[in-house]
Design a protein around this ligand. Structure first.
Ligand code: IPM
Ligand code: MN
Length: 365
């Protein structure tokens, strides 16, 4: 297969974790005789300072022409971020426009805690049980994130307002993606919302339940988001299967799920659109540890596994990466943020050693 891939390294630890994902990409490329043409482009807070925009025109062109996109985390230390006008901050000026441009409406975030990773979780063994394997699917281009935002004065009082809107089509298409995933996994689908309060959530539940009628074979349940936050910590494996959420609630619960894993460094993410998709690590750019070669590249490499499965439709290559990632931990290795007090320092991998080991496992088993 010949494909062009745009590489947006981002800020902070972005370049170093993306570098490891690219190593793994090359290992798969040679093992399976693919050809990947990589096109690097500036994106994020640093791009604002060097190019005048966090999502410059030339980066748009490179992304438009690429088959798919690998994106690192964005954002610099707080003092530098404060020097950037609001509309040019990378969240509003780069990430949201990227999502909008490619209409990446379905965001996949897997919460996988198989045996070799179980000790990283802050939850007790008996709470984790047989292991956690949840695929969170978050709507990514609608809701309050993309509604009108206004600030002003009304009857002498300052106020701010964020509008939240969902159309039937926006809900239906992500629900169909979630039910298809649940059907192929023969797994439960949990639909999460706040239908006891929000009009958008009541509508969300109504439309999702209409979609559910076309999937009578998929076990389905509906749950309020506050209860889901509670249940997720109390008994996470009850969610094994697919969890469907709207944008804002999905943002919060996917981070909570990262807490259950023990680190957001263990959470990859894929943002799927009708024609183009991108993958990213679900965590931030951790400027405090940037350049130290200690960041965990798991999320970024796991995102690459997603890229093979979902964007390039190469499941074998994808499985190969997942298996290599899990066997790093099965061999007793760890990373700085996951290491517990007293763990064997020889087993704590640097960013680059982690990537090298994944490559070695792919090449030599
Ligand atoms: C995420 C991030 C983004 C979001 C930010 C950086 C815009 O938190 O991908 O979860 O809120 O969606
Ligand atoms: Mn988030």
């Amino acid at each position: 297969m010949i494909k062009t891939i745009a590489i947006l390294e981002g800020d902070g630890i972005g370049p170093e974790i993306v570098r490891e994902a690219v190593k793994v990409l090359h290992a798969i490329e040679s093992k399976y005789s693919h050809q990947f043409n990589l096109k690097y482009a500036p994106f994020g807070a640093q791009a604002y300072f060097t190019e005048g925009s966090p999502f410059p025109e030339k980066t748009r062109d490179i992304c438009d022409e690429a088959d798919t996109i690998i994106k690192g985390p964005v954002g610099l230390a707080i003092e530098k971020m404060n020097a950037i006008p609001q509309q040019f901050r990378p969240e509003i000026g780069a990430i949201l426009p990227l999502r909008k441009r490619y209409d990446t409406f379905a965001n996949f975030r897997p919460v996988r805690l198989p045996k070799p990773l179980a000790s990283f979780s802050p939850l007790r063994d008996e709470v984790i049980g047989e292991g956690i394997d949840i695929l969170m699917i978050r709507e990514l281009v609608g809701g309050i994130y993309f509604g009108n935002k206004t600030e002003g004065i009304s009857t002498g009082m300052n106020y701010a307002m964020d509008e939240c809107t969902y159309t039937e089509e926006q809900i239906r298409r992500v629900a169909v993606v979630a039910f298809e995933e649940a059907r192929s996994k023969k797994a439960l689908l949990t639909n999460i919302h706040k239908a006891n309060i929000l009009a958008t959530s009541r509508f969300w539940e109504e439309v999702v339940e209409d979609v559910a009628r076309a999937y009578p074979d998929v076990p389905y349940r509906s749950m309020l988001v506050d209860n889901a936050a509670f249940q997720l910590v109390k008994n996470p494996s009850q969610f094994n299967g697919v969890v469907l959420l709207e944008n804002m609630q999905g943002d919060i619960l996917t981070d909570q799920a990262g807490g259950i894993l023990g680190s957001l460094g263990l959470m990859p993410s894929a943002c799927m659109g009708p024609v183009k998709s991108y993958v990213e690590a679900a965590h931030g750019s951790a400027p405090d540890i940037a350049g130290k070669n200690i960041a965990n590249p798991y999320s970024m490499i796991g995102s690459l596994a997603f890229l093979f499965e979902k964007c390039l439709h190469l499941p074998q290559e994808s499985n190969e990466i997942w298996n290599a990632l899990f066997s790093v931990f099965a061999r007793g290795y760890t990373t700085t943020e996951l290491a517990s007090a007293g763990s064997d320092t020889k087993k704590v991998l640097s960013t680059s050693d982690f990537g090298d080991l994944v490559v070695d496992i792919i090449r030599n088993g």
